[in-house]
Structure formats: C-alpha cells, structure tokens
Design a protein around this ligand. Sequence first.
Ligand SMILES: NC(=O)c1ccc[n+]([C@@H]2O[C@H](COP(=O)([O-])OP(=O)(O)OC[C@H]3O[C@@H](n4cnc5c(N)ncnc54)[C@H](OP(=O)(O)O)[C@@H]3O)[C@@H](O)[C@H]2O)c1
Length: 320
Amino acid sequence: MQMRRLGNTSLQISAVALGCWPISGITSPDVNPDDSQRTLAAAADAGINFFDTACAYGISEGLLGDFLARSPQLSTSAVIASKGGLERDESGMHHRARPEDLHRQCRQSLRLLRREQIELYYLHAADPDVPVEESAGAIHELVEQGLIVAAGASNLSLDQLQRFHAICPLQAVQPAYNMLQREIEREMLPWCLSQQISACVYWPLLKGLLAGRLTRDHVFASNDSRPGYPMFQGEEWQKNHDLLDRLRPMAEGLGVSLTTLVVAWTIGQEGITSALCGAKRDWQINESAAAGNLVLSAELNQQIELALQERGAAVTRPAV
Ligand SMILES: NC(=O)c1ccc[n+]([C@@H]2O[C@H](COP(=O)([O-])OP(=O)(O)OC[C@H]3O[C@@H](n4cnc5c(N)ncnc54)[C@H](OP(=O)(O)O)[C@@H]3O)[C@@H](O)[C@H]2O)c1
C-alpha cells in the first residue's frame, strides 16, 4: 500500500482510505454491523490505516470505535479522520458549526471512537449562519487543547479555505473528486500543493457508479439515495455506462477490476493524497485497496484521458 504524508505533519496515511459513510447504513441498503466489522477488518488487512468518518455518519463512529478497541496494534497506527459542523437527525442533515457545536461534536466523536485524540478533524461544511473564520477558530482551539492533531476542511470554496487557513493552518482538504468531477484541478489542487495541504478526496467511485457493477437496467432499492443524483438519471446514466464500457477492457488488460483501475487513476493524479473509498462489504474495499499497489503507465493514463474527453462534461451534484 502506498503511504503518503498528511500535510506537513509526521503522520503517514494510506493512499486508499476506507470511507465509513456506507457502513452507517443511512443511505445504503443491506448493511449490518457484522458485515461492517468484516469490512473494517478487510481494510486493515489490506494495509489501509486511514479511516474517514464524521459525527453525521450515524453508527459508523461507534462501529469504528468497537473495531479499534479490539485491535490495539491498529489503533496505534491508525489515522482517524472525523468531521464536525453537520449533524443528522430524523429530519435530515443540519449545519451546526458554531464554536460550541464543534466542541460538543468533537467530544462526542472522541467518546464514540474511544480515543484520546483524533488525528484529523475537518469542518464538514460551511454553516451559512456562521462566518467560516469562527468555525476555523474553534477547530484551532481543538488543536491547541490536544483533542485533535491536524485540522481539515471539507466542501469549502477556495476563498473559504484560504480564510480558514489564515486562522487555523489546514493539513487537509476534503472535496469531491473522481473521473467525472475534476473541478478542483483548476485552482484548489494547485493551491493545496503550494501550501503542502493534502487533498483527501471523496466519491472516487462516484457513489459506486464508477465501480461498474450497477447494470444499465439496475433497479435501485427504495431507500437507496442514488437515483436522486443527476449522474444516475436518463441520458447521463447512459453516457456514464458508455464510458465504463470503454474502461472495462483497460482493467481486463491489467487483470484487475474496474474499481481497482478507477481508484488507481484517482490516487495517481497530481496533488491527490488519498482516495476515500466507501465500502459496505469486505470484497469491495479489497478491490479499492488493490489500487494502492498499482501505478498506471503513462500510455494507459493517456487512453483514460481520451475516453474521458470523449465522454465530455458530466452533470453531477455535490454531496452538500
Ligand atoms: N465530506 C463530505 O461531504 C463527504 C461526502 C460524501 C462522502 N464522503 C466520504 O467519502 C467516502 C466515499 O464516498 P461514498 O462512500 O459516498 O462513495 P464512493 O466511495 O464513491 O462509493 C462507495 C460505494 O460504491 C460501491 N462499491 C464500492 N466498492 C465497490 C466494488 N468493488 N464493486 C462494486 N461496488 C462498489 C458501494 O455501493 P453499493 O454496493 O451499494 O453499490 C459503496 O457503498 C464516504 O464513505 C465518506 O467517508 C465525504
């Protein structure tokens, strides 16, 4: 597994991380705690030491805390990332990123994760009612109090990131990034590179679409949130499947799964530190983790680039 430095800290994180949203079971169907524990164990066995969760991810922090409590060795080498500023209840997600909210949420995460310190703590998203400087100030206090090691921010514009960074030095950002969502390449990634800030990106598989196992006529379960996104609808869905048909022989040529190819492409892009790969089954994270041992040739990267150019701009929608 390729290991990379987190920002300018001394922490080393795996280039493939386990994203713990699917094991929360909030929008992914057929999830249960036993499968989730197997998924966490498979991730660790595959060399993943970087786990991404959030206070808004339901039971996932508790599942991760249980897992780490049973694996003292991993618990020491693990780099846990959590987030505050968004909270979830029966009526949905809510922005809550006032300083007192962030302090409360961080302490709750520490309790559920059963840790004395969280290695990386992000502002999950800007709260429209709170200046980003105020939220940044609270996260800086958490660093000073030793409750977190490094600060991060997710779903912020470049301007917001720069304002945050002026108050609280960032070690990581967490935007969406994948073959079909590459906006950050223009300004955000160059800025992160210039500041030694890691880009730990979400949706590398575009919520499973780029894993290629959802057939063109897939019928989504009623509690699966994906049909609500434009990339899973109508002409976009068909165009995305055409792209997958172009990529499949490339993966077959390497003897790897489409998932492995897609994640290897993601972590091979300039400025990308780690891909946060969601999984709800052990075999899924094994396929993503295999990308941590694969470097694509320049020729294959060119073929992928051509396929993406021919696919053209995709219609997508951010998570938050
Ligand atoms: N900061 C933010 O606002 C934000 C937003 C979104 C996500 N995130 C983070 O980023 C992580 C990744 O996002 P995500 O989990 O939503 O999406 P993702 O990693 O793009 O896709 C994960 C989904 O893909 C499918 N999958 C994974 N491996 C597969 C394989 N080998 N073959 C077939 N299907 C496979 C599974 O869904 P099915 O089996 O159901 O098809 C899985 O739930 C999250 O877990 C979370 O940690 C952060």
